[in-house]
Design a protein around this ligand. Structure first.
Ligand SMILES: [Zn+2]
Length: 118
């Protein structure tokens, strides 16, 4: 006797719909539920926040922290911008006002990034 779901639609797919590789070999970005989350599926929002002491930080939200390595992305943004930053609560924070450049860099990487707020 075979497995209960053999040959039925309930059998788990063994290859990735995106890259066609077996799921164990697939390196496509996925969220916590295991659903495909490519950069173009992660609409990022870039806005500025004023901190106490009058400092401005540029905040990136909306990027899936499981599908995307936020620390690696932060590192790239920091070296592009020559600014400091951190990952906090699933958001990227860059010191200073870099909203438009951050949105442009993210769009170059395939994220549909939008500059938001004042
Ligand atoms: Zn894949």
């Amino acid at each position: 006797m075979g497995g209960l779901f053999d040959g039925t639609p309930w059998e788990r797919p063994v290859t990735c719909a995106e890259c066609g590789r077996p799921l164990e070999a697939c390196r496509c970005p996925r969220d916590a539920r295991g659903d495909l989350k490519r950069p173009q599926d992660q609409p990022a929002r870039v806005h500025r926040e004023r901190r106490s002491g009058g400092k401005t930080v540029t905040v990136v939200s909306g990027i899936d922290s499981v599908a995307t390595d936020l620390e690696a992305l932060l590192k790239e943004l920091k070296s592009c911008l020559g600014a400091g930053g951190t990952v906090k609560d699933g958001r990227i924070e860059i010191q200073g006002d870099h909203r438009d450049r951050v949105a442009a860099i993210l769009r170059e990487k395939g994220y549909p990034a939008k500059a938001a707020g004042g």
